[in-house]
Ligand binder design. Structure first.
Ligand code: PBG
Length: 393
C-alpha cells in the first residue's frame, strides 16, 4: 500500500503558479519538518520559481526517524539513511518528485532507482564557534577558553579535530535543532562555554550575529564535513521531467566540489559517523600570485566558495564562465577519536569534468590511506560500540 503524504495542513505549503498555462505543471517537493529543512526547501523552490514561473511547487514537510530520535546517539544508526528513508519511499512511489537535502546529510550510497540530480550554489561550508553570551566579551576564540571549559559539538569530526589542538577543553554532546542547541548554550545553568555548529545553518536561519569565530584549517585546525553548506536534490533516475527542471538551478562549481568530497568519503567508507574533515577550494590560476588567501582568514561577507570570488572580488554569479585554468584544491584529514593521531593531505589539479572531480576525491582518499588513515578508521570502527556520544555531522 502506498504511504500517505502527511495530511496536516501546516506541513503543506503550496506556491501557486503566477499564471496557469497548459504547460504549467505541478512538482512535489519533499523535505524534513525542522525549521532549517523548511527554509532550505523554500530556498530551492524560490530558485526554481525564478527559472520556471509557469510551474507550481508544493512543499511537503515530514518528520523522519532521525528527527524522532534526538536522544539516541546518532552513530548507533549505521547510516545517514535515518534522515532520508521515509522521504525516499515517497519519491520512489512517485508521490514526491524531488527531495531537498543538506548535502552533508545525504548518504553516499542511494537507492538504485534514485539519484543526486542537482547541487545548488554552496554557502559558506565552515563551522562556527558560538560562545555563551556571558563570555563573548572575555573570550575571543577557542584558545582563550579556560582549562576544562566545556565545548558542545554534535559530531566525532568536530570533537576529534578540536581535541587535537585544544586538549585542555572538555567536549560534550549537544543535540537537537540549531535553536535547541543555542538554547542549551545560552542557559546560564548549562555547562557549555561554547558550541560548534555549521555557519550555513546559522545563515539560513538569520543568526549569523551569533558567530564569534569562523573555524578552518588555519583557525582552530577545523576542516568541515563532506558536503557541508550545500543543498542537494534527489530525484528518480528515470524522471527526465524533473531533472531537466533542476539543470537550471545547478551550480557547476559547487557540484564538482560536492562530488569530489563525496567520492573521498565513499572511498574511505566513512559514512557520517567518522572523523573525516575536508576543505575544497577553487583557485583561479591567473590571480593566484597575489590573491592566494586561506579561506579561514576571509570574513564571511567576502566568502564565495562557488565562484571563487573570495580570491579577487569577482562579482557573484560568474560560475558559468569557469576559467579552464582554475584548479580545485582538496585538503582532507582523518583524525583518531582522541585527537592524537591524524592523517592529512592536500592535493590539487585542474578539473573540467565531473569525472575528474570524482577522481580527485578518490586520489585524495588513496593519499590519506598511504598516510595511515585506514588504521585510524579501523580503530574508530572498533570504538563505535563503546563510546556513547556523538555521531552525525
Ligand atoms: N547534521 C546536522 C546538520 N545538517 C546540516 C546542517 C546545516 C549545515 C549544512 O547545511 O551543511 C546541520 C547543522 C550543523 O551541522 O551544525
Amino acid at each position: 500500500m502506498a504511504t500517505e503524504l502527511p495530511k496536516d495542513e501546516g506541513t503543506l505549503k503550496v506556491i501557486k503558479a503566477t499564471k496557469e498555462t497548459e504547460h504549467s505543471q505541478i512538482f512535489r517537493v519533499g523535505t524534513r519538518r525542522s525549521i532549517l529543512a523548511r527554509v532550505q526547501a523554500d530556498e530551492i523552490v524560490k530558485e526554481l520559481k525564478e527559472q520556471w514561473p509557469e510551474h507550481t511547487f508544493e512543499i511537503h514537510a515530514m518528520s523522519t526517524t532521525g528527527d524522532n530520535n534526538q536522544k539516541t546517539a546518532l552513530h548507533k544508526f549505521n547510516e545517514k539513511a535515518l534522515w532520508t528513508q521515509e522521504l525516499e519511499v515517497l519519491l520512489e512511489e512517485g508521490q514526491l518528485d524531488l527531495i531537498v537535502h543538506c548535502l552533508k546529510d545525504m548518504p553516499t550510497q542511494l537507492p538504485a532507482n534514485l539519484q543526486l540530480s542537482c547541487i545548488t550554489k554552496r554557502r559558506d561550508p565552515r563551522d562556527a564557534l558560538v560562545l555563551k553570551p556571558t563570555l563573548v566579551d572575555k573570550v575571543k576564540s577557542l584558545k582563550y577558553l579556560p582549562e576544562g571549559a566545556v565545548v558542545g559539538t554534535s559530531s566525532l569530526r568536530r570533537t576529534a579535530q578540536l581535541k587535537r589542538f585544544y586538549p585542555q577543553l572538555k567536549f560534550q554532546d549537544v543535540r537537537g535543532n540549531l535553536g535547541t542547541r543555542l538554547g542549551k548554550l545560552d542557559d546560564p545553568n548549562s555547562d557549555y562555554s561554547a558550541i560548534v555548529i555549521a555557519v550555513a545553518g546559522l545563515e539560513r536561519l538569520g543568526m549569523t550575529n551569533r558567530i564569534n569565530s569562523y573555524l578552518s584549517k588555519d583557525n582552530g585546525g577545523m576542516l568541515y564535513a563532506v558536503g557541508q553548506g550545500a543543498l542537494a536534490i534527489e530525484t528518480r533516475k528515470d524522471d527526465k521531467r524533473t531533472t531537466d527542471l533542476l539543470a537550471k538551478i545547478s551550480c557547476d562549481r559547487s557540484t564538482k566540489q560536492g562530488l569530489a568530497e563525496r567520492q573521498l568519503m565513499r572511498t574511505l567508507e566513512g559514512g557520517c559517523s567518522v572523523p573525516i574533515g575536508v576543505e575544497t577550494e577553487w583557485i583561479p590560476k591567473k590571480r593566484f600570485h597575489d590573491t592566494h588567501v586561506g579561506i579561514g582568514v576571509k570574513p564571511a561577507e567576502d566568502y564565495d566558495q562557488a565562484t571563487g570570488a573570495a580570491f579577487g572580488g569577482d562579482p557573484a554569479g560568474k560560475e558559468e564562465e569557469q576559467d579552464l585554468t582554475d584548479e580545485l584544491v582538496m585538503r582532507a584529514i582523518v583524525v583518531s577519536l582522541d585527537g592524537k593521531d591524524a592523517a592529512e593531505i592536500e592535493t590539487r589539479r585542474r578539473i573540467t569534468t565531473n569525472e575528474q572531480a570524482n577522481e580527485l576525491g578518490f586520489d585524495a582518499a588513496k593519499l590519506l590511506v598511504e598516510k595511515g588513515a585506514d588504521k585510524i578508521l579501523e580503530q574508530v570502527q572498533l570504538n563505535r560500540g563503546i563510546i556513547k556520544d556523538q555521531g552525525n555531522a
